[in-house]
Design a protein around this ligand. Structure first.
Ligand code: COA
Length: 441
């Protein structure tokens, strides 16, 4: 049958489509800017018809409705990541949290977590009947591959990203919509972020391939790289900041040892300008997360530099990125995937970059001991550099004594005396700042 005919047969209204969801189902929703808003809104409007629907939705970036307290009998979120929209519900016990590396989510869907319904957001079909997963390929393609029922919001405003596809014959219900994608504006960059960005940039060499996390610090790093040459991108997220460097000719992907001349990501989040840039653009590919975040794939990029942020670092170099004590603030995301990949990459480096304090300067992020209940995200063996606005602490190859010495030097001066007293207790000698500037070796 011609794909156009298959398409016509599958087109329904959003209300008709979500009627296919049953009580007790597990429903997986595309993440971030790829959320199929029309479908989620219809599901929430239909709430009275369901009980105990489990929603798997990593990183919602709007109020998607299903987390409101009155929705509790109908929906329960099972999240792999906490964010502004989900932290309170997780802390109050109205939502659950499942720890998992981002790269392993597709494997969960394949082997451990049966997917009943996938709610996905797609581009229009091409001449052969293939839609693109657009800005959210990540786990979404795997959810669609394994779901009993695939419901797609098909939207002309969804860019056609290359490196992924689904044929209309693989979709059960198609809901046509012409609505804007969710836009996420870049976080404001202040003096602290700029100082951190400059220190991180000092560790990046011409020809390196970059992975950058999300937020003001990665954006600040990018603004400090304008004089580098032939950088490459193999990152979880493609952002407006990366595109600015691509257009400036700084990122060429020419030196990449895998996927040469292409920027690689697993999702895209930013402004409409970014979504227009990735549309049908052969210079970038958006691929499933079990490829992009696979440490073995990442490691095939020589000189892979991973730059991520964290919540707390102790004097041994243990990195906490997902929790404040037992409070789930975010999650591992792809941090460890990239840390491990960079650790195996020839010439690779792992950098953790963070402001020296949190809570308006009242809390040090460099600590003697991590908070009780906190989970270590990145081990002390895996980190090469910790960066704050006060400088770079090189940890690779350093003894516990020398790493503590270096970390205290990049803590906020208000907290150094307490940390120095701990140094004296632990190592039986007075703390003195290490000598000499630290640079990429
Ligand atoms: N103690 C108490 N609260 C702390 C804290 C600490 N040590 N460190 C941070 N916080 C609080 C901040 O005060 C802020 O709270 P607020 O929202 O009430 O102001 C909140 O945590 C977020 O901190 P902020 O510094 O603004 O976060 P960010 O946007 O720069 O993100 C991480 C930092 C660690 C949360 C984020 O990088 C992350 O989730 N990392 C793990 C996953 C990852 O690395 N993904 C990328 C891989 S590709």
């Amino acid at each position: 049958m011609d794909w156009r005919e298959q398409c016509r047969e599958r087109v329904v209204t959003a209300e008709e489509a979500v009627a296919a969801i049953s009580s007790g189902d597990r429903v997986v929703v595309s993440l971030g800017s790829g959320e199929p808003t029309i479908l989620v809104d219809a599901m929430v409007a239909n709430a009275e018809k369901y009980r105990d629907v489990e929603i798997v939705h990593m990183v919602p970036v709007r109020d998607s409705g299903y987390l409101r307290p009155e929705m509790a009998p109908h929906f329960r979120l099972n999240s792999f990541f906490a964010g502004a929209a989900t932290r309170a519900a997780i802390a109050e016990g109205r939502a659950d949290f499942t720890p998992v590396f981002f790269s392993k989510v597709p494997r969960l869907f394949r082997e451990s977590m049966k997917v009943d319904v996938a709610l996905v957001h797609l581009s229009m079909p091409d001449a052969h009947g293939y839609c693109s997963f657009g800005v959210s390929v990540d786990y979404t393609k795997s959810a669609a591959d394994h779901a009993r029922i695939v419901i797609a919001q098909v939207n002309p405003q969804m860019p056609r990203t290359l490196g992924n596809a689904i044929h209309v014959s693989e979709i059960d219900y198609i809901v046509e919509s012409d609505v804007p994608l969710i836009e996420v504006l870049p976080a404001p960059i202040g003096a602290v972020e700029l100082a951190i960005g400059a220190h991180c940039a000092s560790l990046v060499r011409d020809g390196d391939t970059l992975q950058l996390g999300i937020g003001a610090i990665p954006d600040a790093v990018l603004t400090c790289l304008k004089d580098r040459k032939d950088l490459g991108v193999h990152s979880e997220m493609l952002s407006d900041g990366l595109v600015a460097l691509i257009e400036a000719g700084v990122i060429t992907n020419r030196c990449k040892t895998i996927n040469a001349k292409k920027s690689i990501g697993t999702f895209v989040m930013g402004t409409r300008a970014l979504y227009d840039w990735v549309d049908n653009n052969p210079s970038c590919e958006i691929k499933p997360v079990d490829y992009v975040n696979d440490p073995v794939v990442i490691a095939q990029n020589d000189n892979l530099v991973s730059i991520n942020s964290c919540i707390q670092v102790d004097l041994q170099g243990q990195v906490v990125s997902g929790t404040v004590g037992l409070y789930q603030l975010s999650g591992v995301g792809g941090q460890v995937d990239f840390v491990r990949g960079a650790g195996m990459s020839k010439g690779g480096r792992t950098i953790m970059a963070m402001p020296s304090t949190a809570k308006k300067g009242t809390v040090s992020k460099v600590v003697a001991l991590i908070d009780e209940g906190a989970s270590v995200t990145t081990s002390r063996e895996d980190v090469d550099y910790i960066v704050t606005e006060f400088g770079v602490a090189q940890l690779r190859g350093k003894t516990l004594r020398d790493r503590a010495r270096a970390l205290i030097a990049i803590a906020h001066p208000d907290f150094r005396a307490d940390l120095a007293a701990e140094f004296q207790r632990r190592f039986g000698e007075e703390w003195t700042a290490p000598t000499g500037a630290v640079s990429a070796d």
